[in-house]
Write a protein of this length. Structure first.
Length: 279
């Protein structure tokens, strides 16, 4: 079965970008403000190609109570490996490499394009009880002065794939600010440090399809992914360098559960787990 098409393809292949990110000369140009971990904006140059990237050194990772210290960079690379395996290309090329502040993850910088004035965007807060045409409801939210609004996201096939990917990688932090629409029409998700925990950590804005049947294309993709996660497969060898055996087993179990139900993940509690603030 051929991999699903990317929407649309880029100039350099992802494999070429991985070489650029891995082998290129890394120059730190600045620091992204307001992030919980050290996030450095860099340029990376290799032969006649140059690109902007983020470099998140392991030494700059903020310790978390529920994840072992110094493992977020590997999780970001493992998330990229799964995104590549799906063929959906939802995560920018991400590698593990050495840099001026030691080992860290390096990821292609995506210059996000804000929606035009008449374009709806991916998320919205609306005053209505029901989402409008082309929107999916997430939850009601307090918006101050005792008022509530309905948080909605776009009924967008790229977001729908991302919702499936997040369920697979067990993403604990899918915020609106981590959705980057690129000028070429592709949508990228970023910030996959809190993923692959063995416990259910799914915290996302993308609950709009919860409980609905997975699209046939997603089911085919999960079938292919399950085969690639078989013991001894190349993807598993790669993942074993990045996450623990128990985390790989939990990943297989999540893929199996999605295939068995054929449904988009539903929140495990009474309320959907939503990152706050949502953007
Ligand atoms: N690949 C990328 N392309 C473009 N911008 C990026 C990329 N990676 C990170 N950024 C920018 O840097 C910010 C911080 O990065 P990121 O969210 O990965 O780090 P974090 O330490 O987990 O931050 P946060 O506390 O916001 O979760 C992002 O919100 C985004 O603005
Ligand atoms: Mg984060």
């Amino acid at each position: 079965m051929p991999a699903p098409e990317r929407i649309p393809p880029g100039r350099l292949t992802d494999a070429e970008l991985v070489t650029l990110l891995t082998e290129g000369r890394l120059t730190v140009l600045g620091q992204v403000r307001g992030a919980s971990n050290a996030v450095l904006y860099c340029s990376v140059a290799y032969e006649d190609e140059e690109a902007a990237c983020v470099y998140k050194p392991v030494a700059g990772e903020q310790p978390l109570w529920d994840f072992p210290d110094g493992t977020l960079a590997q999780r970001e690379v493992a998330a990229y490996a799964i995104s590549e395996s799906t063929g959906w290309g939802l995560i920018p090329p991400t590698v593990l490499r050495d840099g001026p502040y030691g080992q860290g993850m390096c990821q292609l910088w995506i210059e996000a394009e804000p929606p035009g004035e008449d374009e709806p965007g991916l998320l919205a807060l609306v005053e209505d009880e029901e989402p409008g045409e082309g929107w999916k409801a997430v939850a009601f939210a307090e918006v101050g002065e005792g008022r509530t609004a309905l948080l909605v996201h776009a009924d967008d096939p790229r977001l729908r794939r991302l919702a499936v990917l997040d369920a697979v990688i067990n993403n604990g932090d899918r915020k609106g600010g981590h959705l980057l629409p690129a000028p070429d029409g592709r949508l990228y998700g970023i910030d996959h440090g809190v993923t692959f925990h063995t416990d259910d950590k799914l915290r996302t804005l993308l609950w709009g399809w919860a409980g609905e049947p997975l699209p046939a294309e997603a089911v085919e993709t999960l079938d292919r992914l399950a085969a690639e996660l078989a013991p001894g497969a190349a993807l598993v060898t790669r993942l074993a360098e990045l996450i623990t055996a128990a985390e790989i087993e939990a990943l297989r179990a999540r893929v199996s559960a999605l295939r068995a139900t054929g449904l988009h993940r539903q929140p495990s509690g009474e309320w959907p787990a939503i990152p706050w603030p949502p953007v």
